[in-house]
Write a protein that binds this ligand. Structure first.
Ligand code: AMP
Ligand code: GLY
Length: 422
């Protein structure tokens, strides 16, 4: 089959890499892709949904996979399905689970899915009253999509009030902040859990842990994610069972009952507090960098997972994972996440080490290919070094061996990915 992947990150590269090893897949297109995806397939510079659908019809693309949330919230799935095209991802209505934190929180409340105590409001006075009732730290969130930056964890009531005031005035996040959620702080460990859904059935992937802060020991500012590993031994069968019964089933049943059956990736941001999984948020797409670790663990053909999910046929899929671990280390550019950095040429040493060639690879993200074929670091998160191993420690060693082979001016990465379990 021919596949189109929408997006430009390491997430989309890793999906493409998995599909490129799948004998059922002939041709892969990326829109727009990046300077690395051009070795896996063809990059297209089309972004208009109708033009993309035209391309899919003309070029016999059998399946479109949407990487990021933006086009999902903007309704690309609705446009494609109206034209009878097969696409993996939720409708615009279902994508509100990520597109609006207020929709998500109210949905969780309607369906009794455990989540932090909260109010949603557009009144500063109501926000102040609720803040007075909470213990610190206090979490203040803008309603709409803010590229992962719309969450403030305030260490004092004054700071919480200031954040609420700035969001509601539209000063910090524009329209995305005209309504806010104020909620209690949950103290525990965070998981990224992914359910691949087809509207009726679902498959839960091995749980991962992300590293959101820029610096080692979870210091520094929040980022899109500086590294991840999977599966995490912090999840046992009991937690998976609770997630299933209390979270995934009521969510998918609730979405169906409310007339927006969920198809695509349900990304469940979980905080485990004293052994109880509590939902922080939903996203409607794969995590980045979590996807980069999950794709190489997939033993079954990637096309089977995505095509069957997109065509409501997951029931007939037999999806298996390797009994291995993956660790992904994000290499970022000099000024990430504060501002963009000057392009820097990337030099990768030839790797003669067989152990490394077999057990590590790069997932390219913020890279651009120059006219002379050279690669340049041009984005915030430049690439992810993914190591595979029989233990987390071995996977981590492979990932960092690969990091050592990659050079560009201003490269930065954390040196402690997977520290939680080592
Ligand atoms: P969100 O965009 O809602 O996932 O929030 C971004 C990050 O802020 C999460 O990944 C958590 O690390 C943190 N966070 C959000 N809400 C809470 C909460 N209620 N308690 C503790 N940490 C939180
Ligand atoms: N890695 C977290 C995210 O993709 O939102």
């Amino acid at each position: 089959m021919n596949v189109l992947i929408l997006g430009a990150g390491g997430r989309e590269y890793s999906i493409g890499l998995a599909l490129s090893k799948d004998e059922n897949v002939e041709k892969i297109y990326f829109a727009p892709g990046n300077g690395g995806t051009d070795t896996l397939g063809e990059n297209l510079s089309i972004s208009d949904f109708s033009e993309l659908a035209d391309f899919v019809e003309k070029n016999a693309v059998d399946l479109t996979i949407v990487g990021p949330e933006g086009p999902l919230v903007d309704g690309i799935v609705d446009v494609f399905e109206a034209r009878g095209l097969t696409i993996f991802g939720p409708s615009a209505k279902a994508a509100q689970l990520e597109g609006s934190k207020i929709f998500m929180k109210n949905f969780l409340a309607r369906h009794n899915v455990p989540t932090a105590k909260y109010i949603e409001t557009n009144s500063l006075q109501d926000a102040y009253t609720f803040i007075e009732k909470l213990d610190v730290p206090i979490v203040v969130k803008a309603d709409g999509l803010c590229g992962g930056k719309g969450v403030i964890i305030a260490q004092s009531k004054e700071e919480a009030k200031k954040a609420a005031g700035e969001m509601l005035s539209g000063n910090s996040f524009g329209d995305a902040g005209t309504s806010i959620v104020v909620e209690e702080f949950l103290d525990g460990y965070e998981l990224s859990v992914f359910a691949i859904c087809d509207g009726n059935d679902y498959i839960v992937l091995p749980a991962a842990q992300d590293h959101k802060r820029l610096l080692n020991n979870d210091k520094g500012p929040n980022t899109g994610g500086m590294g991840a590993y999977a599966p995490t031994p912090l999840v046992n069968d009991e937690i998976y069972k609770k997630l299933d019964e209390r979270v995934i089933v009521p969510t998918l049943e609730g979405m169906k009952a409310e007339g927006m059956p969920f198809k695509g990736v349900l990304f469940i941001g979980v905080m485990v507090v004293k052994g109880e999984p509590i939902i922080l948020e939903y996203n409607v797409r794969f995590g980045d960098p979590e996807c980069e670790e999950l794709m190489p663990l997939l033993k079954s053909p990637a096309s089977e997972l995505f095509y069957k999910a997109a065509t409501a046929d997951l029931k007939s899929a037999k999806i298996e994972f390797y009994d291995k671990y993956a660790v992904g280390v994000v290499m970022a550019s000099r000024d990430y996440p504060y501002k963009s950095s000057a392009p820097a040429e990337i030099i990768i040493d030839d790797i003669y080490h067989e152990e490394l060639n077999e057990n590590a690879h790069i997932s390219y993200a913020g890279v651009t290919r120059g006219d002379e074929g050279k690669l340049y670091a041009t984005g915030g998160r430049v690439l992810v070094c993914v190591g595979i191993g029989d233990s987390i420690k071995e996977a981590q060693r492979h990932a960092y061996m690969l990091v050592g082979q990659i050079h560009y001016a201003g490269k930065q990465c954390r040196t402690d990915i997977a520290y939680q379990v080592l």
